[in-house]
Ligand binder design. Structure first.
Ligand code: SAM
Length: 554
């Protein structure tokens, strides 16, 4: 770290992703009591323990006047968990929202004569990601329209209830005697009386959907009497939404809605039913199309960054990708994938979203209980023990195991390899700093055990610091279960809540890797909702406890 004009400094900007943080010693030498400093972290620097503790201390020490500002959400959430005061810097480069012609919500609306077209559309438009909302004046399908839709079309359908979350791939029907609107992604039923002589009114729902979904919303006006749905088309199209309709002649007597709509000059297209289906088909993402696009992207992601997500559970990946797209502010796959492949920092954001780091101390206590009572006494016969926590996230699992070994006086002869494919989360694991509350919340079967557990931490305000004794025997390093090979021969492997994210093929491959990495009588611990399902793989392991999800090499 180079420091220029040392005497005049009041803002320190740190914008690097360095491994060794020796420069921070110099930071300490010139930060003086009584003077004001602002330290801004611009990049996702993975700060080491000493630096984090130093910052935690000076920021709350009244002798100093230090402000910390952080741009990257990962570092900011780490500091937040450790109760280290800081402000969040907003990103200077906000992504331009790329407009696209894909609809998230389609409204099918009309009154008399619209029923047959609604059914025709639902029967011919393949299931896709869009939400479909139906507002119809006359319930020609009566109270059972949702059932008829489920029988005659591939869609799931429901009448709207107040507070229902708007979900993709579902057909929602506006119920009579209410006005249906959307607020913050949730349906609301309002008692507003008739609007345009109608309850439900097409106009009310259409305006609400247009203001909420803008260019991702398409209103389809079908046959009906009157002018409901046509009175605010200018506002609807001003939001960027599309309005399309069918030819008036297709509606026989009930052509009024369509005619009025066309006369406003705000209808983009007038279709026959087949043209309408084709138009919508091109502007929604079918499940198959979505999987195909995402799989092609995963190939490129692997080529570009070496991370192989191709055999992860595809639907869960798609959900995570969509969450990341929302956070980054890019609405279409093409634009987002392009950004990820060309911009490392967007890739990192996606990587964090895909590597789900949720964990805690003594997670699933019954498996620790079983280890303590049945497995460790057996392993104690060894003079040296090697254990592996795979997919360890921020380290709690490995330290939990170390506390257990310590309680059995087996820690000294044990070495724990703790691995994850996310190098950023591993730095947090190495730091061994956790919110004190996490330690307070631990459940163990006796007070003595809880006291022993707590005795392996020291506390600095709200921060719990893992005892050096535990850290000495736990070695953290990156290892990718999809691409790296076996790393030794272990008496115990713990891999909890990782396999659930993999498809069957990858689970099989990783379980084979564990088999090859176990000593002849070695044990494997999986997560609560994980089981070995593949017939051939089952032969590699004996189930020791189905409750604790503990297996032994067969
Ligand atoms: C939900 S956490 C589980 C943490 C801990 N085992 C537990 O049960 O509390 C899943 C972890 O698996 C890691 N992971 C996902 N794919 C991986 C891979 N291919 N290789 C290694 N680690 C992976 C993630 O980074 C994440 O930290």
């Amino acid at each position: 770290m180079k420091i220029f004009h040392k005497d005049g400094i009041d803002t320190i900007i740190i914008d690097s992703d360095i491994d060794t943080q020796d420069g921070f010693d110099r930071l300490k030498t010139f930060i003086k009591e009584g003077k004001s400093y602002k330290i801004e972290f611009l990049s996702n620097i993975t700060l080491q323990q000493g630096v984090v503790l130093y910052l935690a201390e000076i920021v709350q020490n009244p002798k100093y006047n230090i402000k910390i500002a952080i741009k990257h959400p990962f570092l900011s959430s780490y500091f937040h968990k450790l109760s280290i005061k800081h402000e969040k810097l907003s990103s200077l480069l906000t992504h331009k929202k790329i407009s696209h012609e894909l609809f998230d919500v389609i409204l099918l609306s009309g009154s008399a004569g619209s029923y047959e077209y609604i059914m025709y559309i639902l029967q011919n438009l393949p299931i896709n990601k869009a939400t479909i909302v139906i507002v119809q004046h006359i319930g020609e399908g009566s109270k059972h329209l949702h059932e008829i839709i489920e029988i005659k079309t591939p869609y799931k359908a429901t009448y709207i209830n107040d507070g229902m979350v708007v979900m993709p791939k579902i057909v929602y029907i506006a119920p009579p005697n209410y006005q249906s609107i959307v607020e913050d992604g949730v349906f609301r039923l309002k008692k507003m009386g008739n609007v345009n002589f109608a309850e439900p009114s097409i106009t009310v729902t259409m305006n609400s959907l247009a203001s909420h979904y803008r260019d991702k919303f398409c209103a389809v006006l079908l046959c009906g009497y009157g002018a409901d749905g046509t009175t605010s088309l200018k506002e609807v199209t001003d939001y960027g939404s599309k309005v399309v309709t069918i030819e008036p002649s297709l509606c026989h007597d009930s052509y009024m809605i369509v005619k009025h709509a066309i006369e406003t000059g705000h209808v983009s297209f007038i279709f026959n039913p087949n043209e309408l289906i084709n138009y919508l088909k091109e502007r929604v993402i079918s499940e198959q199309k979505e999987e195909k696009i995402v799989k092609e992207f995963l190939d490129k992601l692997y080529e570009q960054y070496g991370y192989d997500f191709r055999d992860y559970q595809i639907q869960s990946l798609i959900r995570r990708i969509n969450t990341c797209m929302d956070k980054v502010g890019i609405g279409d796959y093409e634009g987002f994938f392009d950004e990820v492949l060309n911009n490392k920092s967007t890739f990192t954001k996606l990587f964090f979203e895909l590597s789900i780091n949720v964990t805690q101390f003594i997670r699933q206590p019954n498996s620790y209980e079983y280890l303590k009572e049945h497995v460790l006494p057996y392993l104690n016969n060894y003079s040296h023990l090697k254990m592996w926590c795979a997919g360890v996230a921020s380290g709690e699992e490995a330290y939990s195991l170390a506390t257990l070994l310590d309680s059995k006086k087996m820690l000294e002869k044990s070495i724990i390899y703790a691995t994850d494919f996310n190098p950023y989360i591993l730095q947090i694991a190495k730091n061994g700093l956790y919110p004190k509350k996490q330690i307070d919340d631990v459940t163990l079967s006796s007070i003595e055990e809880i006291n022993h557990f707590k005795s392996l931490f020291s506390f600095l305000g709200e921060i719990a610091i893992v005892d050096k004794k535990l850290q000495k025997n736990v070695h953290f390093f990156t290892h990718n279960l999809t691409t790296d090979s076996s790393i030794g021969e272990f008496q115990l492997i713990i891999c909890k809540n990782v396999l659930i994210y993999f498809n069957e093929k990858l689970q099989k491959k990783v379980l084979r890797l564990f088999y090859d990495s176990l000593s002849l009588d070695g044990y494997l611990v999986l997560g609560q909702s994980e089981t070995i399902v593949d017939f051939e793989t089952k032969k590699l392991f004996k189930l020791i406890s189905s409750e604790a999800k503990i297996y032994q090499r067969a």
